[in-house]
Design a protein around this ligand. Sequence first.
Ligand SMILES: Cc1cc2nc3c(=O)[nH]c(=O)nc-3n(C[C@H](O)[C@H](O)[C@H](O)COP(=O)(O)O)c2cc1C
Length: 375
Amino acid sequence: MTRIRFNAFDMNCVVHQSPGLWRHPEDHSRDYTDLRYWTDLAQLLETGYFDGLFLADVLGLYDLYGASPDAALRAAAQVPVNDPLPLVSAMAAVTDNLGFGLTTGTAFEHPFPFARRISTLDHLTDGRLGWNVVTGYLPSAAENTQSRGQLDTFEHDARYDHADEYLEVLYKLWEGSWDQDAVLADPVSGVYTDPAKVRPINHAGTHYTVPGIHVSEPSPQRTPVIFQAGASSRGSTFAADHAEAVFVAAPTKEALASTVRTLTAKLADAGRSREDVVVYALLTVITDATEDAAHAKAAEYRSYIDHEGALTLMSGWMGVDFSSFDLDDPVVGIESNAIQSAVAAFQRSAGEEGREWTVRELAEETGVHATPGDV
Ligand SMILES: Cc1cc2nc3c(=O)[nH]c(=O)nc-3n(C[C@H](O)[C@H](O)[C@H](O)COP(=O)(O)O)c2cc1C
């Protein structure tokens, strides 16, 4: 029996996906700064038997379009954006079963304080935490957070090599530092933690030196559920090594099948099987009482698409400035250091699937992901 699992997909900002839709009269995304917006959403999802809420995040700006952040700011394209982490404890307090998939990047924060923040949330959610490990594809995030001399870690495959070590440090802190019975909390002897059962991790690697102990006591899961979304060859290898759930955004069923085939092969290389990993496919589902009504609703949503905002996001994802393209230009000849799977998925030779994408179609796809016929 195949179980279908549902993860909602959101971000602590106005325009996560679907630029322009914030202008729809029934849209509430501007309330993202209000905690109740998130606690209501968490309760709604739990009532609807969702497995989890996946929270995307970026620390950088979508400033490739027009070589400036102006278009992103105008469209609210993932800016302004707030930290997703504080939302999780509030949502955990009003739910019992909902899981949380929290996104944070490996390139922007030292693993030692990050390990503690994740342990804290795993305690507070009683083990309902997942972590979406991202390496970051927006150059401005790296530019604003890294010390001089570190920017060489921003090359696509090198970002994953760096992330491998980041996880190595975290696994050592979460799994290796504290014995399960280290906390005695014994009022008679007055010993809270037995020092003999807590070990320094002595990590000395290429990027990090972390000699000490983890400062949090073991949380319910120790290591949270690891999500991953990399679909390039190097990204799939990383996912096969670490992930329990893989998140795939593919514009067609064929592209999705091809990504899953690659992942399955990489899992076999890593000594794991396809069943060891849950694959989540990105879908925008539009429902209504009848099929015609659903199509009408999709068309109405599409009428709100902000094409410039959509291309601003797509420029960041594909690592190319679409402001220099005409809307009817074909999407060809793009090489980039950003999301290589996105570049590959949207850039097809004319024979494949019968057509090339145009820049306009790319904007429409980003505006409302559901393609006609899938609605
Ligand atoms: C569905 C999906 C969601 C993603 N969410 C985020 C995110 O929230 N933050 C982020 O920095 N990257 C996100 N990414 C990008 C991935 O983490 C990764 O950088 C990207 O897929 C590039 O990997 P690749 O070059 O190996 O394909 C997402 C990717 C996909 C497919």
